[in-house]
Each structure stands twice: as structure tokens, then as C-alpha cells.
Design a protein around this ligand. Structure first.
Ligand SMILES: C[S@@+](CC[C@H](N)C(=O)[O-])C[C@H]1O[C@@H](n2cnc3c(N)ncnc32)[C@H](O)[C@@H]1O
Length: 295
């Protein structure tokens, strides 16, 4: 399925899926192994057990790992939705390999969700809202397909996160996107990738023009402020909201074990940065919301 507002070039880019061209079973399994990560930022009453017996939609399901994990954790049915067919297909194979008969994977656009109104008790969206072209439409659609009293649980890194430009396969230099244009960054990453891997397959697609301005094609530039505005103008009510400080992200600590001791010393300092309005966009690891569709 495709929606009319996506250009052919964008669809081609998404389908080529050039930035994540690695064995996908590995990716599915990694998503399964860390399936609990979506819930690690929430208080005790919002843990994965909430999904038990629920009909769940997983937006931007990637290669299906988290969806299969939710099915294993007792969800009644899980529907994973992703715009990239190859990922959906991997999700299907992965669910078979894990015998998750209640996990289904569907190619479709979160901006035009292919389900009727009030189909789901629960919507999950991990690291999705920084990728979808129109977070506004994805949120409106989520509201439509959620049952009254249903919850949507979402987590994503804001654009000005040190690696908010999402090219960590090539560089982990922080805040490159604050200093350089999308084209400059992509061009240099393509050169580096060609030099080291002999191809540009680890680099996201070329930037696109949006509202007369060049922007990355693989991330939409969503900030904490803009997302808050979108939520506030939606009909959702906010059950829980939190900005997770940089060093709390287990991923960061996992990727930098040798820096762990040193970094721990700075943690109290980093913990207070998301509460400072002028700089919170730069020092927040994850934006975390639980939204409810009122009864
Ligand atoms: C970073 S991945 C999500 C990771 C996954 N949720 C997890 O927890 O491991 C973002 C996903 O969103 C998908 N995506 C982007 N735009 C989309 C859209 N309009 N509709 C559905 N999926 C979309 C991408 O194809 C990609 O697989």
C-alpha cells in the first residue's frame, strides 16, 4: 500500500532500504532480544504485562523483532505495520521461526493506517516518530484506529540528540547536523562509506526538498517542542510524559562500556539538562509519552 503524498522517489528510497542492508534475521532477533526496551522508560504500572490479552498495533515495526516479543509476552494479537516491504517480509519469517502465530506483519503507511476505526486496544511506536514523514498524520491515524480508553505508548530520540542525524553506521561524531547541512553530511558519509565498504549502502538516501528546504530523507527533524505542539492539538490525553536524559540511555552505555566509569561521574549533571528549556533539545536521549484516547 502507498499513500498519494509520498513521492515515487521517496517510495523507491524507502524500498531500496539502502541504509540497513545487513542480514535481517540478525536485526529481527536483536529487536526481539531488546523488545522490552520500549517499556524501560516507564513506571511500574506501565510495563510489558500491560499488553496481555490486548490487540496491539506496532507502528514502524521494522523487521518484526519487538512485535514478536510482544506476542510472546501475552498480547492477544500483534499487527506490525511498516512501509518497507522487505522489513515486513522479514517480520513474517521471524514470527514463523519463533512460532508466534498471533503476530502479523503488514506493509502499509502509518499516515493512512489500513485498519477500520477503533481496531486496537494498544499502539506501540518505538523509534518511529522521528522517521515518519508526517508525525501529525500518523498521530491522527493512531487516534482513529485506537479504541476508546486505549493507550498509545511511544518513545523516540528528538532531532537535536547528539546522533539525531541517524548515521551511526558511519560516524558517531556528536551534533554534526547542528553545524553542517544534510547534503554536506550525506556527501561526506557516502565518500567514507565508499572508501571503507566499497559501496554507499550504509548511508541513508540523499536529502529531499521539503517546503522549499533541503532536509534528510530518513529522519523528519522532529523536535521536543514540535511534538508537544502536535500532541496538544490532538484529542489524546497525556497519561505520562518524560524526557530521558542522555546518559540514562542503556544503548549509549552498552556501546561505550569503557567510558562507563567516567561517564557515571557526570550522570547527575546530565540528568538535570532536559529540564533546562534552552538546551533540553540537545541533551535529551528519548521523548517518552503514554497517550490515552478518552472514553
Ligand atoms: C527505526 S525503525 C523502528 C524500529 C522498531 N520500531 C524497533 O523498535 O526496533 C523506523 C521504522 O519506521 C518505518 N517507517 C517510516 N515511515 C513509515 C510510514 N509512513 N509508515 C510505516 N512505517 C514507516 C521505517 O521503514 C522503519 O522500519
Amino acid at each position: 500500500m502507498r499513500s498519494e503524498h509520498l513521492s515515487d522517489v521517496r517510495i523507491q528510497e524507502l524500498q531500496q532500504d539502502s541504509c540497513y542492508d545487513e542480514p535481517t534475521f540478525k536485526r529481527s532477533n536483536a529487536g526481539f532480544e531488546n523488545g522490552n526496551q520500549l517499556f524501560m522508560f516507564f513506571p511500574e504500572q506501565y510495563k510489558v504485562k500491560l499488553l496481555r490479552g490486548k490487540n496491539v498495533l506496532d507502528l514502524g515495526c521494522h523487521c518484526g523483532g519487538p512485535g514478536v516479543y510482544y506476542a510472546h509476552m501475552g498480547a492477544d494479537k500483534v499487527f506490525g505495520l511498516d512501509i518497507v516491504y522487505r522489513r515486513v517480509n522479514e517480520g513474517r519469517k521471524f514470527s514463523l521461526s519463533k512460532n508466534a502465530k498471533n503476530a502479523f506483519f503488514i506493509q502499509g503507511d502509518a499516515e493512512a493506517i489500513p485498519f477500520v476505526n477503533e481496531s486496537f486496544d494498544f499502539i506501540t511506536a518505538r523509534d518511529f516518530f522521528e522517521h515518519v514523514d508526517s508525525p501529525e498524520k500518523a498521530l491522527q491515524e493512531s487516534y482513529r484506529v485506537l479504541k476508546k480508553g486505549g493507550l498509545m505508548i511511544l518513545v523516540f530520540p528528538p532531532f537535536y540528540h547528539p546522533w539525531g542525524y541517524h548515521i551511526t553506521s558511519i560516524t558517531r561524531f556528536p551534533w554534526l547536523h547542528v553545524f553542517f547541512s544534510p547534503s554536506e553530511i550525506i556527501d561526506v558519509c557516502r565518500e567514507i562509506s565508499l572508501e571503507h565498504f566499497g559501496s554507499v549502502r550504509f548511508v541513508p538516501p540523499l536529502p529531499i526538498i521539503n517546503k522549499g528546504k533541503k532536509r534528510f530523507a530518513h529522519v523528519n527533524g522532529i523536535t521536543i517542542k514540535r511534538f508537544k505542539k502536535i500532541i496538544n492539538s490532538s484529542s489524546f490525553s497525556i497519561r505520562y510524559y518524560r524526557l530521558v536524559p542522555l546518559l540514562s540511555s542503556s544503548l549509549f552505555l552498552r556501546d561505550n562500556p569503557n567510558k562507563l566509569q567516567l561517564l557515571r561521574k557526570f550522570k547527575p549533571f546530565f540528568d538535570c539538562l532536559p529540564s533546562i528549556p534552552a538546551i533540553k533539545e540537545f541533551f535529551t536521549a528519548k521523548v517518552v509519552y503514554i497517550l490515552e484516547k478518552p472514553e
